[in-house]
Design a protein around this ligand. Structure first.
Ligand code: PEP
Ligand code: MG
Length: 852
């Protein structure tokens, strides 16, 4: 039946909503949150509460109670949905500060208590206490009149509603369109704000629109219904539309849903370009060499290979798009995944048998990727829509891999290549296309767009002397495997490498990250000699690795390691590290989706202390933000994350996280010297505030064993004020990676600025000198834990500047120790003085030429 607008707008009832709180009424437009202020959730009012108990404003049924306890919706007998949302951004408190007094489905009477809240807690932890009372299905109302001024809960009327006899007519007849599966990117799920955006979008279409997660469905036009579905971060949902404009609705809403519906808590997606950049005009992604015979990249695995170039090209595996019977396609995929798992298991057993547990672990991780339910569900969803198993699978893993590749966290982004690898393994099985390995000539230097961990692990070491890839980076699994295989490798090489002919003579320098073309015979001979010398030196360094690093004139420098976990702690001890100067504690939790408990943290730190067999251990508290996001600690998107709330600023902002970690660290015993170190300290106020927290937790725990308190020197202000800071702490550890980026105003990960962002810049060296001077004046010690400490050209300069401890990457421990032993302290001091007087980083490096 067709209803005219006039017939539809007949008010059949008036509802008076009582004030659910004591407080002062504010117009919704004044709420400092655009979703409420712009009435995207619905119309109503806001109350600044004077009491702490939210009561029912009318009779009704509790149709939605958010699990975070901050929002509740009542539906009246007339079908009007009244949502009450306590505070702003309170979903992020995950239930803390709220006590719910009702359950979903419960029938309540006007005045019944619904939610009790701790106003003091919210006042500190939430953006605002303003509580919104809104009707979310405004299409049911002819009018809504809010009260003004001060109201008393359960006595005063807050809103008067005129209810219509019928809602807009939704047309459900017509085609039914189902979207692809979407992974929700909003870190706090589809809470009120994104849900409101979704509902408003859906309401623009005549068709019925549903959101489906698993077997549960919600009306996408109803905020309450969406919130009732309790969709969380990374949940997989589909949109289903039925009606005359179903296809348009799905086409318009799906991409919005996939990109977070404009929500702040969404994982950052790459910023859209405001102007279209043509390929020619786009800046070069990596440094390019001026010399036609030299190609630049980045070091992925040290060493030099002299040989002949061979291009390894991977052909795309062609797939048929249309599938047959979805059940048959599904079986094909399941069988292929099972076969791939068997292959991976066999590969792991082989690697274990060869005593290569680290390599085996990479393929164990691949096996786990195949268990990923999201990956499978995306493929299943495509097969259900008539796609072939091969097409659906290829689409699922490439989509996932692209998403990973976009993450700012380099470690996670580089896992994209693992997913491509294992995805391709399954695809090759489905399509029956054997991935034929080409016959490699002897003395091969491989060039490829990208190598996968499988390619790398199966490299024929008797023929391949090194490889370079256009893609990848120093922390990819390919780079890790190359280092484990002790094969020189360069990542991010200039793309023109792909156009070079097979058989061309080349020198691949994995240490410097270069590929030299057509070297002359003399050059080749020289390198062969250097290689032999380097191998001999390496053996000698290893043989002396357990000895102390003492200069010939008796000055001892402590050589410790930078680690990210227990395995590295063990390896560090094997290679002669005298302890750990930097445990990057955030590396332990990078892939966790929930915060580690105090006990969990304590177990991990104790495990590391035990692995170190009582050597010193310095644990740095969480250093997140900037380029290191933690999935369980969503941070608001920032314009300029390196200059925003990162490192210790987060700790001060979220003291409960800091306190938990401090307690876990202070419980560690069996360690000759335990240090707790705070990252990104920029002002004295920060360290004083932190020390206050530390003292409180120490008192509560009653720890009497001594421990040291230190700070990272990563911000120029801290280096400049070292003298004052030295009165507050026991030690400094200079983080030259960040200190360089902040001193030179060059993003440490910037591909174009990388060659200039060199910690050997005299400006950075002068800050190091100033830090040492300030620390030593108060008898405090200074370490360096940034990348420069592992740089053999920098080691004598740092020693000469008076640095007491070098915390270096695990594999470089023996070489750094040997370097310290090679010059007297006086020589180092003279060198350091000359370095401080140079104009550029290049001039400083020229003072300490590398042997090769
Ligand atoms: C540094 O900034 O030099 C440092 C050691 O810390 P990270 O590299 O973890 O930021
Ligand atoms: Mg740092």
């Amino acid at each position: 039946m067709d209803l005219s607008a006039a017939e539809m707008e007949v008010a059949v009832a008036t509802i008076e909503l009582k004030a659910p709180l004591d407080g002062v009424i504010f117009p919704l437009e004044q709420v400092p949150d655009p979703v409420f202020a712009q009435k995207m959730v619905g119309d109503g009012l806001s109350i600044d509460p004077l009491n702490q108990l939210l009561s029912a404003p009318c009779d009704g049924t509790v149709t939605q109670l958010h699990r975070a306890g901050h929002a509740v919706t009542l539906t009246t007998a007339e079908g009007v949905e009244v949502m009450m949302h306590i505070g702003l951004d309170t979903v992020e408190l995950k239930g803390k500060g709220f006590t719910t007094l009702v359950e979903e489905g419960q029938v309540v009477r006007s005045g019944d208590p619904l939610i009790e809240f701790d106003a003091d807690f919210l006042a500190i932890h939430a953006k605002s206490l303003l509580t919104q009372v809104v009707v979310t299905n405004m299409e049911r109302l002819a009018s809504l009149v809010p009260a003004t001024g001060t109201v008393r809960a359960n006595d005063d009327v807050a809103l008067v509603l005129e209810v219509l006899d019928s809602a807009g007519v939704e047309q459900a007849s017509g085609e039914r369109v189902i979207s692809e599966a979407v992974l929700i990117p909003n870190t706090t799920g589809l809470h009120a704000r994104p849900a409101a955006v979704l509902a408003n979008m859906a309401k623009q279409y005549q068709s019925r629109v549903l959101v489906q997660r698993g077997e549960d469905q919600a009306n996408a036009k109803s905020l309450v219904s969406i919130m009732g579905l309790e969709v969380s971060y990374q949940d997989k949902v589909v949109l289903i539309a039925e009606g005359p404009d179903a296809a348009e609705a799905v086409a318009a809403i799906t991409p919005q849903l996939a990109s977070g519906l404009g929500d702040e808590g969404t994982k950052p997606a790459p910023a859209p370009a405001t102007t279209e950049i043509t390929e020619d005009a786009a800046p070069a992604p990596r440094p390019r060499s001026e010399d036609p015979r030299l190609l630049l990249g980045v070091s992925a695995s040290p060493g030099v290979g002299v040989g002949k170039l061979f291009q390894l090209r991977r052909d795309e595996i062609e797939v048929r798009e249309e599938g047959e019977d979805p059940h048959r396609e599904r079986r094909t995929l399941d069988d292929a995944i099972d076969q791939a798992k068997v292959q991976l298991q066999a590969l792991q057993s082989e690697l274990h048998a060869q005593g290569q547990p680290a390599k085996a672990a990479i393929f164990a991780a691949h096996q786990e990727l195949l268990e990923d339910p999201d990956l499978l569900d995306i493929a299943v969803s495509a097969m259900a829509k008539g796609k072939s198993a091969a097409y659906a699978w290829k689409r699922a893993y490439t989509t996932h891999a692209e998403r990973l590749a976009q993450l700012r966290n380099k470690l996670l982004a580089e896992r994209a290549n693992d997913l491509q690898d294992v995805g391709r393994r399954v695809l090759a099985i489905i399509t029956g296309q054997s991935v034929e390995e080409p016959e490699l000539p002897p003395e091969t230097i491989l060039v490829a767009e990208e190598l996968t961990p499988s390619d790398t692990a199966s490299l024929d070491r008797s023929r391949v002397l090194g490889f370079c890839t256009v893609g990848g980076g120093a922390t990819s699994h390919v780079a890790i495997l190359a280092r484990a295989l002790d094969i020189p490798a360069v990542a991010g090489i200039e793309p023109r490498a792909l156009d070079l002919d097979n058989g061309r003579p080349v020198i691949l320098d994995g240490t410097r990250g270069t590929l030299r073309l057509d070297p002359d015979l003399k050059e080749i001979e020289r390198i062969r000699e250097v290689k032999e010398k380097t191998a001999r030196k390496r053996e000698a360094d290893l043989a002396a690795a357990q000895d102390a690093a003492v200069t010939p004139d008796g000055h001892r420098v402590e050589i410790v390691a930078n680690i990210g976990g227990e395995d590295e702690a063990r390896r560090a001890v094997e290679l002669g590290a005298e302890g750990v100067g930097l445990l990057r504690s955030e590396f332990l939790y990078l892939e966790r989706t929930s915060a580690p408990t105090e006990d969990e943290q304590y177990q991990i730190y104790s495990g590391i202390a035990t692995a170190l067999e009582e050597r010193p251990l310095i644990i740095r508290t969480l250093d997140v933000g900037g380029d290191k996001p933690l999935p369980y600690l969503p941070l608001p998107r920032e314009e300029n994350p390196f200059l925003g709330v990162r490192g210790v600023r987060i700790a001060l902002d979220r003291p409960e996280i800091l306190r938990t970690q401090i307690r876990a660290i202070l419980r560690v015993s069996r360690c000759s010297r335990l240090g707790i170190m705070f990252p990104m300290i920029a002002s004295l106020d920060e360290i004083r505030a932190i020390k206050g927290v530390l003292a409180e937790e120490q008192d509560k725990l009653g720890r009497s064993e001594p421990f040291q308190v230190g700070i990272m020197v990563e911000v120029p202000s801290t280096a400049v004020m070292a003298e004052q800071f030295a009165k507050e702490v026991d030690f400094f550890s200079i983080g030259t990676n960040d200190l360089t980026q902040y001193t030179l105003a060059m993003d440490r990960g910037h591909p174009k600025l990388a060659p200039q962002a060199d910690a050997m810049n005299p400006a950075v060296l002068r800050l190091i000198a100033q830090t040492v001077e300030g620390a030593h004046a108060s008898g405090k010690w200074v370490g360096v834990c940034g990348g420069i400490a592992s740089d053999l050209q920098a080691v004598p300069i740092l020693v000469g500047l008076g640095v007491d401890e070098l915390s270096v990457s695990v594999p470089s421990v023996p070489a750094v120790k040997a370097e310290v032993r090679s010059r007297t302290l006086d020589e180092c001091k003279a060198l350091a003085q000359r370095a401080l007087d140079q104009d550029t980083a290049a001039a400083v490096r020229a003072l300490v030429p590398l042997e090769f």
